[in-house]
Design a protein around this ligand. Structure first.
Ligand code: UD1
Ligand code: UDP
Length: 364
C-alpha cells in the first residue's frame, strides 16, 4: 500500500509527526511525505522537522506565499504532478489550512482516496478561510478522522455517512504526550530571563485580528493594559510581523516594556514556555487544545471556536477582542483562580495508532 501525506504549515508538521512514526512500524506501507512549502521560514518549518524528528520531505513543492486563492490554486497545480507520478492508494491531509484543502481536492480529482485527519470541526464562521477548508475537505474525503464529539455531530448534521467517520483522537496531543519530557530540557526560560508561573504567553495570527489596522491597534491597546500587571512573552507569527510593519504599528508594541518579543519558537521551546506560564492568550486553534491537556488557562481572543470541548472540559475561555472581557479574565487568573480541566476522550497519545489501524483494516 502506498500513502502520500501532504503537509505545509507549522501545525501540520506537529500533527503528521506521530502518524509517520506509526506508519514506520508497518513495512507493508510505502510512505511519501510531501511538503507544499506554504510555510518556509526556518522558524516555521525546519525547526519542527528537527524538534519532532520528522524525516526530510521526499518532495517540496515550494509554493510559498500568495493570496488565499492563488496559494490554494498553486498547491493544486503542483501536487497534481506528484500524485499522478506516485499513484498512491491514499492521500492523507491534516488540519484546515490551504495545503489541506488543495491536496484533498487534487487527490479526489485524480480518483485517489482521501483521509482527513481532524475532520468535522466547525466554527460556523465562513469568514474564516479555515472554515471553508474544513467543510470542503470533509466533503471530498473518504476517511474522516475526528478529534472530539462535536465533530461527529457536525459531520452527521451535514449528511456525511457514518461509515466514513472514525472518532480517533487528537494527533497534536500525541506529539504533546511524546515530547513533554524532552521539553523540560529546554533552556527557553533562562534564555528569556523568565520565572516559572510569573509570565503569560501570547500568540496572534488570525486574519480577523491582525489583517485589519484598527483591529490590530485595538489588540495592542488591550495588551498595553495587561502588560502592566504581567510580563507577556510574544513569539510573533510572520503574518503579524508583516502587518505590524505595514501598518507602522511595530514600534507601538516593541516599546511596551513588559512585552517580550521573540521570533516564532521551535516546538520544544514553545511547549516549555506554555507549560511554565501563568496563562496563555491566543487566537490559535492548536494552542487551545494543548493548554487543555497541560492544564494551563487559555484566554482565546476570538468570538467562536471550532474546538468547543476545550471550553466545555478544558481551560479555554472565549473573550473575543473585548477589552473588558480580556482584562477581567486575565485579572482573575493573576489572582490565582484555580480550575481543573478534564482531558477530552481519546486525547491520550494513541490517536496515530488508531488511525493507522483503521486504514490498514480497510485496505485489507
Ligand atoms: C496559515 C493557515 C492558518 C494556520 C496558520 C498556522 C491558511 C488559510 N491559513 O496561516 O489556518 O493557523 O497557517 O500558522 O492556510 N510568511 C512568512 N514565512 C513563512 C510563512 C508565511 O513570512 O514561512 C508570511 C507571508 O508574508 C505570508 C503570511 O505570512 O503571506 C501568511 O502566511 P500563510 O501561510 O498564507 O497564512 P498563515 O497566516 O501562516
Ligand atoms: N507553536 C510553536 N511555536 C510558536 C507558536 C506556536 O511551536 O512560536 C506551536 C503550538 O504549540 C501548536 C502549533 O504551533 O502546536 C499551533 O500552530 P498555529 O498557532 O500556528 O496554528 P493553528 O493551530 O492556529 O492552526
Amino acid at each position: 500500500m502506498k500513502i502520500i501525506s501532504v503537509v505545509g504549515t507549522r501545525p501540520n508538521f506537529i500533527k503528521i509527526a506521530p502518524l509517520i512514526n506509526e506508519v514506520k512500524k508497518h513495512p507493508e506501507i510505502k510512505h511519501v511525505l510531501v511538503h507544499t512549502g506554504q510555510h518556509y521560514d526556518r522558524e516555521m518549518s525546519k525547526l519542527f522537522f528537527d524538534d519532532l524528528e520528522i524525516p526530510k520531505p521526499d518532495v517540496n513543492l515550494r509554493v510559498g506565499s500568495a493570496s488565499d486563492v492563488t496559494q490554494t490554486a498553486n498547491i493544486v497545480r503542483e501536487s497534481e504532478n506528484i500524485i499522478l507520478k506516485e499513484k498512491p492508494d491514499l492521500v492523507v491531509v491534516v488540519g484546515d489550512v490551504n495545503s489541506t484543502l488543495a491536496a484533498a481536492l487534487t487527490a479526489v480529482k485524480c480518483n485517489i482516496q482521501v483521509a482527513h485527519v481532524e475532520a468535522g470541526l466547525r466554527s460556523f464562521d465562513r469568514a474564516m478561510p479555515e472554515e471553508l477548508n474544513r467543510i470542503l475537505t470533509d466533503h471530498v474525503s473518504d476517511f474522516l478522522f475526528t478529534t472530539e464529539e462535536s465533530a461527529n455531530r457536525n459531520l452527521a448534521n451535514e449528511g456525511i455517512s457514518k461509515s466514513k467517520i472514525f472518532f480517533a483522537g487528537n494527533l497534536m496531543i500525541d506529539s504533546l504526550s511524546s515530547h513533554r519530557e524532552k521539553a523540560k530540557k529546554s533552556k527557553i526560560l533562562s534564555k528569556l530571563k523568565l520565572e516559572q508561573n510569573n509570565y503569560s504567553v501570547l500568540t496572534l495570527h488570525r486574519p480577523s485580528n491582525v489583517d485589519d489596522k484598527e483591529s490590530l491597534k485595538r489588540v495592542i491597546s488591550i495588551l498595553s493594559g495587561i502588560q502592566q500587571k504581567t510580563k507577556i512573552v510574544f513569539p510573533m507569527h510572520p503574518r503579524t510581523m508583516k502587518n505590524l510593519r505595514n501598518f507602522n504599528l511595530f514600534d507601538k508594541i516593541k516599546n511596551q516594556k513588559n512585552i517580550v518579543l521573540t521570533e516564532p519558537l521551535g516546538y520544544l521551546d514553545f511547549l516549555s514556555l506554555m507549560s511554565n506560564s501563568r496563562f496563555v492568550l491566543t487566537d490559535s486553534g492548536g494552542i487551545q487544545e494543548e493548554t487543555t491537556v497541560l492544564g494551563i488557562p487559555c484566554i482565546t481572543l476570538r468570538n467562536n471556536t471550532e474546538r468547543p470541548v476545550t471550553v466545555e472540559h478544558g481551560t479555554n475561555v472565549l473573550v473575543s477582542t473585548d477589552k473588558a472581557k480580556i482584562t477581567e479574565a486575565s485579572n482573575k487568573l493573576l489572582k490565582g483562580t484555580n480550575f481543573k480541566a478534564k482531558i477530552p476522550r481519546f486525547w491520550d497519545g494513541k490517536a496515530a495508532k488508531r488511525i493507522v489501524d483503521i486504514i490498514i483494516k480497510d485496505f485489507n
